[in-house]
Design a protein around this ligand. Structure first.
Ligand SMILES: [Zn+2]
Length: 240
């Protein structure tokens, strides 16, 4: 990680979504904030939302591309059997691990692994976790020829669900709120199904109130957060 001080992270972020709107609805504000801070962002989408009630795979992929363009992120769509067929198999995790070795992210963002939601979200989250592990293993024949890579951290984001567990991390995303709303509205076909904009921005606003800002992104950690000393935590969440 190349920390540049202040609010800028300036690292490399690999963000994984199961469907074409997961990243924008679930962690779009954080992606927008990191993009504005100079982080290099790659989005991997594991389907084109083929099972969706509204939109075609082509139109949905196009909506995602438009959202990615707003923040200057790279985006790729992977073929893993399509919407509702995503499974955390070793073979699929090797594909993600290959991207990890090639892109060398500091941070991976993936959907929360709670079981009571679209099963693709949980599978994608578990696949990201396993892929990050596989990317470290030097003897894997499937990844031969690519140098091993160890990420700094894996965090989980909620797609549209709220989970019982309180979030582990909260990031102030007030400054990029308008960009985030634009990203959400790229997914016009999905907004016809439900008012997802209100759903996810209401959550962000509530979390923002809790930490004393106007909008915030919550995340869950996969591993303990390592600090050199307590001054690494120089921001307070005492409004909780
Ligand atoms: Zn989804």
């Amino acid at each position: 990680m190349s920390a540049k001080g202040g609010s800028a992270f300036g690292g490399r972020i690999l963000a994984i979504g199961a469907h074409p709107d997961d990243l924008e609805f679930g962690c779009g504000s954080l992606l927008a904030k990191e993009a504005s801070a100079g982080s290099q962002i790659k989005l991997l989408v594991l389907s084109k939302g083929e099972a969706g009630t509204a939109g075609t795979p082509e139109s949905r992929a196009e909506e995602s591309r438009a959202a990615a363009k707003l923040i200057g992120a790279e985006i790729e769509f992977l073929e893993m059997g399509g919407d509702c067929h995503i499974k955390n198999t070793a073979e699929n995790a090797f594909v993600i691990a290959k991207y990890i070795r090639e892109f060398k992210p500091d941070v991976i963002l993936a959907p929360h692994t709670d079981e009571n939601q679209h099963p693709d979200h949980a599978e994608a989250g578990k696949m990201a976790r396993d892929a990050a592990r596989f990317a470290r293993y030097g003897g894997l024949a499937e990844l031969k020829g690519l140098a091993t890579h160890k990420i700094t951290a894996l965090y989980y984001y909620p797609v549209t669900q709220d989970f019982a567990a309180p979030v582990d991390l909260v990031v102030d995303t007030t400054e990029v709120y308008d960009t985030w709303v634009k990203m959400i509205n790229c997914h016009n076909t999905q907004l016809q199904n439900k008012d997802y904009e209100s759903l996810v921005t209401a959550r962000a606003k509530a979390l923002g109130v809790a930490i004393g800002t106007k909008s915030a992104q919550g995340l869950w950690k996969n591993d303990p957060i390592r600090l050199n000393n307590l001054s690494d935590l120089n921001l307070s969440s005492r409004n909780y």
